[in-house]
Design a protein around this ligand. Structure first.
Ligand code: AMP
Length: 298
């Protein structure tokens, strides 16, 4: 089964303790798509400007990604600049230039509408609602950020009431629910709508809440993190890609999807932008998945 993603395709400038990457390929929907395409066909809905390098489009086109929904608009592409601290878990956003993303009105193609699985990337919740009204998906997952939680809460609550799964980190859980404890926070989120909550804890892994069932997975241990930008979106791509490939939202599938999400995200952290992720194959993901199973089994 195919999966549709709506979100940013960007040019990212990133500084980490390992170095600087200027105007590299970025964007939440881009990381999601490259990850999910290892599992299933992806319909990418997004927008880029007329300054967007052709080589980036060619890279995406070389994968199982339908780019009919990637709009090419007049103007500048979305640009994001971030700087990481020596503690790589901390980062500051230095600049955000919305460019053509500012007036982005997502329009789903026929294939995108008909996909059974939909991922609403981190965009204004009013746009997420609009996409939801265009789609025929059976299973919808969503990502958000502190900006929308704090500034557009009413719209966010409307969209939360309509979706199946929220992928969220511990800080966002606190902003959304006032709970520092992720178990209590996730339960509160389930009361807002999504029966499934994937609560990410950065280098400490992920806890999955599905109805009243619970699964806790460590993160894949890594000696060096070069650039964690997009790791969350890559996690979502591996998670949703596996679910769509298996065409199942049974608890056993969801648990494996968390591990596939973590494994795929570990590649993103190994180099700047999608430099490492783009080299990954389904076979290498399976090999790392098996290694992950071995190291967390007791
Ligand atoms: P993450 O590291 O998972 O937070 O994702 C970082 C990616 O999100 C980068 O590639 C950025 O281009 C993109 N991004 C940053 N800010 C925004 C925003 N306000 N809306 C959409 N995408 C964004």
């Amino acid at each position: 089964m195919s999966v549709t993603v709506v979100g940013s395709v960007a040019l990212d400038t990133v500084e980490t303790p390992s170095g600087t990457n200027t105007e590299g390929l970025g964007g939440a929907a881009m990381f999601f798509s490259l990850a999910a395409a290892n599992f299933t066909r992806v319909n990418l809905i997004g927008v880029v400007g007329d300054d967007f390098p052709k080589e980036h489009v060619d890279l995406l086109a070389s994968r199982d990604i339908d780019l009919e929904g990637l709009e090419h608009a007049e103007g500048k592409s979305f640009r994001w600049t971030g700087k990481y601290h020596d503690d790589i878990n901390l980062r500051d956003t230095l600049d955000t230039q919305l460019g053509v993303f500012e007036t982005f009105q997502p329009k789903l193609t026929a294939a995108a509408k008909d996909a059974k699985y939909l991922f609403l990337g981190n965009i204004h919740p009013a746009l997420q609602l609009d996409v939801l009204s265009q789609a025929n998906a059976d299973f919808v997952a969503l990502d958000t950020m502190n900006l929308w939680i704090n500034e557009t809460r009413e719209d966010l609550e409307k969209v939360l009431a309509k979706i199946d799964c929220l992928i969220i980190n511990d800080e966002e859980i606190f902003d959304l629910t006032g709970e520092k404890n992720i178990v209590r926070g996730a339960r509160k989120i389930q009361d807002m709508g999504p029966s499934i909550v994937a609560a990410k804890k950065g280098e400490h892994g992920c806890v999955l809440f599905a109805g009243n069932q619970l699964f806790s997975a460590p993160a894949f241990p890594m000696a060096e993190v070069v650039d964690p930008t997009g790791a969350g979106d890559t996690f979502a791509g591996g998670f949703m890609g596996y679910i769509a490939q298996q065409d199942s939202v049974e608890f056993e599938t969801l648990k494996k999807a968390v591990i596939y999400g973590s494994v795929t995200a570990s590649y993103t952290c190994e180099d700047f932008g999608p430099e490492r992720l783009k080299e990954v194959t389904p076979d290498s993901i399976i090999t790392r998945f098996d290694a992950f199973v071995a190291l967390s089994k007791f």
